[in-house]
Design a protein around this ligand. Structure first.
Ligand SMILES: [Co+2]
Length: 447
């Protein structure tokens, strides 16, 4: 999920942001998503029942039942995904992301005793296990999605398939009050077609059907205890778009590779753009240069807050001298386009979030008041969409929701689109700037 417009940081802002450094390493804990046992029926654990034969025959033979063995914990994921990640990786042994050693002036960090000690702390306070738990959930769900997304499916079907899977794998369906805050969706699933770059998710009644000719950005957020993994990929069925996708994948990997402690964000934007714009793509017989979308950017991630205080430009020349720092969590995302390389707001809003700086307002509209209560209790500051309100049984909430937006309590995120007829692509990873090493937490063998 990108931020719109480049954040123009003043000297004061930079100083203020510096003061907040490391906040990401000390987030709130809201419950333990790893402890869910998910014990089901133990019937299949009865080893000596004959495979074939009628139910009646089985009953006779089973007169003397052996004491039931405890069902073995599953060791493989199902299709569609349904096995808890905490069962596949007991005792919080979640797989690491890709660990990359720091370069140049920061080589010493790899072996520093002091930095290793800090790393151990983030293991013990669950910062790392929670992040790896969310990332493994992300990988398993998206790899299932990549295999199963096909033209002819509706966007609603695709979004629900992804979101139901995420909720099953973390063991929180998010229906009981406060449950979605423990673990689940980190933001609404973005299913952005063609010239739509970001922030599009189907609302109720959306009948859009995925076409063979579409280029779809799939942006998925998974959180465990507020640790949000933000990672996206692009799906296209027509090989005509291969170069567009390759450009953006390469640009994102450039950003991920060049990111590190003390790196200036403005500099990173230059590297990203240089890579992106070294590609072109022929679409329907016409060759287009691939442009970085200049008013979209990556961003830091804070506990329960998808957009932190720093942004990562994807073009050069911003002059942003802000540095990446130890403890920062960054979503490195890049967008390439065959269009203007600039997006604007357009279309029906689906994405919303309670603002972290929401003013205390005495709400006069009772529907707004009650909806605000629902939002606070179920999502806190995690972004949500209209479908998430629908599944909680909320009805006729639009007037109240719009009122909360007008009052500056809830922020709306309209779809961000380039010019009609253009094609855009996105790849995104979440990276942790750990004291000793950079961990590309969302890296998989897919992207
Ligand atoms: Co993002």
């Amino acid at each position: 999920m990108p931020t719109e417009e480049l954040q123009k940081l003043s000297v004061q802002d930079v100083a203020a942001a510096d003061g907040k450094a490391g906040a990401a390493a000390n987030g709130a804990k809201n419950g333990d998503a790893a402890e869910q046992s998910g014990d089901e029926s133990e019937d299949e654990a009865d080893g000596n029942a004959p495979e074939a034969g009628s139910g009646a025959a089985k009953k006779k033979k089973n007169k003397k039942r052996k004491p039931r063995k405890k069902k073995k914990a599953p060791t493989a994921q199902t299709d569609p995904p349904s096995v808890l990640i905490s069962q596949l990786f007991p005792n919080k042994t979640y797989p690491k992301g890709e660990e990359v050693e720091y370069k140049d002036d920061n080589r010493w960090r790899t072996t520093s005793e002091e930095k290793r000690h800090l790393d151990n702390l983030s293991m013990h306070n669950d910062f790392l296990p929670d992040y790896r738990h969310a990332a493994e959930t992300h990988r398993q769900v998206r790899q299932w999605a990549q295999k199963n997304i096909k033209p002819g499916q509706t966007l609603t079907e695709i979004a629900n398939g992804i979101e139901d899977s995420v909720r099953r794998l973390v063991g929180h369906d998010g229906l009981a009050e406060g449950d979605a805050i423990v673990a689940g969706m980190g933001f609404p699933t973005g299913l952005n077609l063609d010239h739509i770059a970001a922030h599009y998710s189907p609302n109720a009644g959306n009948k859009t059907v995925l076409q063979q000719s579409n280029v779809m950005k799939v942006d998925i957020g998974v959180h465990v205890n507020g640790r949000i993994v933000d990672s996206a990929f692009t799906v296209a069925f027509d090989p005509m778009y291969d170069n567009l996708l390759a450009a953006v994948k390469d640009a994102t990997n450039t950003g991920v590779r060049e990111a590190g402690i003390d790196v200036r964000l403005g500099e990173l934007g230059g590297y990203i753009q240089e890579t992106m714009e070294s590609y072109e793509c022929e679409v329907n017989g016409k060759t287009y240069p691939i442009k970085s979308i200049r008013n979209l950017s990556g961003h830091t991630i804070l506990p329960y807050s998808i957009h932190g205080t720093k942004s990562v430009p994807i073009v050069g020349g911003t002059g942003d001298m802000t540095k990446m720092e130890e403890g920062d969590v960054f979503a490195i995302e890049t967008f390439g386009s065959t269009g203007n390389g600039h997006v604007h707001d357009e279309g029906e809003v689906s994405h919303y979030a309670l603002r972290t700086d929401a003013p205390k307002v005495d709400l006069r509209l009772s529907s707004a008041k009650s909806l605000l209560n629902v939002i606070k209790k179920n999502f806190s500051t995690i972004p949500f969409c209209r479908r998430y309100l629908d599944r909680l049984g909320q009805e006729k909430y639009l007037l109240g929701l719009n009122n909360l937006v007008t009052q500056g309590i809830v922020e709306d995120y309209p779809p961000l689109v380039d010019k009609k007829g253009s094609y855009t692509a996105q790849f995104e990873h979440t990276i942790l700037l750990r004291p000793t090493v950079k961990e590309v937490i969302s890296r998989g063998d897919d992207y």
